[in-house]
Design a protein around this ligand. Structure first.
Ligand code: MN3
Length: 236
């Protein structure tokens, strides 16, 4: 089995990891993977202009190539500085209270943006699909009521942060977190499994929308990849 197949089979490839150097086939593979892995910037699933006119190409380019890349680079540095073994990002976040602020901020930044990119697409039809649509109706009464509640969470988050739709104890809930915190973190007041995420840091919208966060929130609803939301909702 070659290294890439081994990574796929072991599940490490899907956790956003990569092995940095070549291994000879007889070396202890497990040990090498643990010692030589790094978090990586995931590939953007569309080009920078794909989400226009809702999110402009320059914002996407800067957001992805500078902001997200910086979170990944700084997370790898923080893990190296603190001798933290690189593994699953979800596991790191669930124990985040044990680690320094640089791991919390950059680990959150890496996870949040990786999820955020996946949850958007060009030419979205704007309507939830499948079982998650049913769950939205059951939890909030209607899709419009869910939109209103989500928009309110995104609008009212003071300063920088994120708005979330999560699954908790089999039910959907909406809330927000400050900075790069997220609902997977043990220190978070708002917990759950994220299935929809919106970045409300000014860097996510200021070039096109300036101080009009509400216009950005309204436009962003047109970019949601509801098939992905449904996939996250129905997985596990
Ligand atoms: Mn951001």
């Amino acid at each position: 089995m070659d290294r890439r197949n081994f990574l796929k089979k072991s599940g490490l490839a899907t956790a956003g990891l990569v092995v940095a150097s070549q291994l000879s086939p007889v070396e202890s593979l497990a040990e090498k993977i643990e010692n030589e892995t790094q978090f990586v910037l995931p590939k953007l699933p569309y080009d920078f202009k794909a989400l226009e006119p809702h999110i402009d190409a320059l914002t996407m380019e800067i957001h992805y190539t500078r902001h997200h890349k910086a979170y990944v680079d700084n997370l790898n540095k923080a893990c190296a500085d603190n001798k933290i073994k690189v593994g699953s990002i979800e596991e790191l976040l669930s124990n985040i209270s044990k680690y320094p602020a640089a791991v919390r901020n950059n680990g959150g930044g890496h996870y949040n943006h990786s999820l955020f990119w996946k949850l958007m697409q060009a030419n979205g039809d704007g309507l939830p699909k499948g079982p998650v649509f049913e769950a939205i109706n059951n939890s909030f009464g209607s899709f419009d009521a869910m939109k209103l509640k989500f928009s309110e969470a995104a609008k009212s988050r003071f300063g920088s942060g994120w708005a979330w739709l999560v699954v908790r104890d089999g039910k959907l809930d909406i809330g927000s977190t400050p900075n790069q915190d997220n609902p997977l973190m043990d220190i978070s007041e708002f917990k759950g499994k994220p299935i929809l995420a919106l970045d409300v840091w000014e860097h996510a919208y200021y070039l096109k929308y300036q101080n009009k966060r509400v216009d950005y929130i309204t436009a962003w609803f047109n970019t949601i990849n509801w098939e992905m939301v449904n996939e996250l909702y129905t997985s596990k």
